[in-house]
Design a protein around this ligand. Sequence first.
Ligand SMILES: NC(=O)c1ccc[n+]([C@@H]2O[C@H](COP(=O)([O-])OP(=O)(O)OC[C@H]3O[C@@H](n4cnc5c(N)ncnc54)[C@H](O)[C@@H]3O)[C@@H](O)[C@H]2O)c1
Length: 341
Amino acid sequence: MAERVALGMIGCGFFAQNHLNAWQDLKPEGVDIVAVCDVDPERARAAAEKFGVPRWYTDAAVMFRAEQLGLVDIATQMQSHLPLVKLALSHGVPTIIQKPFGQDIAEVREMVAAARAQNTFLAVHENFRFQKPLRRIAEIVRSGAIGTPTWARVSFRTGYDIYAGQPYLAEQQRFVLIDLGVHVLDVARVLLGEVEHSTAELQRRNPKARGEDTATMLLRHTSGAVSVVECTYGSRRLPDSFPETLIEVEGDKGAIVSRIGNKVEVTINGRMEVLDEDPAVLPWAERPWHVAQESVLATNRHMLEALRAGRPAATSAEDNLKTFALVEAAYLAAGKVKPQA
Ligand SMILES: NC(=O)c1ccc[n+]([C@@H]2O[C@H](COP(=O)([O-])OP(=O)(O)OC[C@H]3O[C@@H](n4cnc5c(N)ncnc54)[C@H](O)[C@@H]3O)[C@@H](O)[C@H]2O)c1
């Protein structure tokens, strides 16, 4: 039997509820949530009560000194990621950090270097590639069934009121690209491999938002394949696909097209089959979030397995640096950020 993992959770806000539910589901697989921490004492206490966690803290430094953690999961907003990751690594605690990894690439590089110097597990909770339909599409592409992939579209277009659950997004100067673009760019890397050239256009369609709410990217991958990667919180189309990422991939033997409802159409050698990849609605999940919520469980399970096997996660710090570099490149290409001297 593998040793049990004592988990500490930092940040008990909106999205952390999914993490906490998922970790609780992983209790039979050897995870114990031993402590939760939030600077807001009400949130920390409420999470401890709801999930039967023995201890709660309002200061992560105090938590690290008091607890013997085998893993820490950080689900705070990006401005706190660098100091919290450095704190966790200074205690030698394997660490999972929510996306976006950092506020900019300099912070991301600093965290990657710190994990390398400490030789400590650091992974990014990049969950889109763990969504059931996306896992299946990646598997089909990898199997070679559609031949060599030459073109793809990765698309997340919604008019869902994202500001209701995450009001801070309206205030971010770097908005949809760093928040959502980071997910869809990661999926493009998973499907078509690394990128050698990219360009981007950003738009602000909703005056409520301070930053860009729409991003359209065009990538050339090192394989020669090309992808269009797009995301918006400003779409008015119906039916609204929130929170699904819709994919098209074309290869020399076939194609894959996903449709709303987590349906995946696979055409191989001129024959089309429709796969139903709608995930289970977990007891703590609700439609339409269930595809995201099931992916949190799949992501956490992957993290646990990688940690125990002593290997980096698929979305390790080093891997996510490559995705983050695409975000930074898109801001540069769109002229939002002045190049460093
Ligand atoms: N992967 C996804 O699909 C997905 C979806 C939504 C949000 N997110 C990400 O999750 C992260 C959190 O977003 P949210 O909407 O839950 O934010 P939130 O503001 O609701 O929650 C963050 C919590 O962290 C706490 N906090 C802040 N600094 C802290 C510190 N130093 N120590 C302890 N607690 C601290 C806050 O008090 C708050 O309760 C963001 O990075 C966001 O991008 C990811």
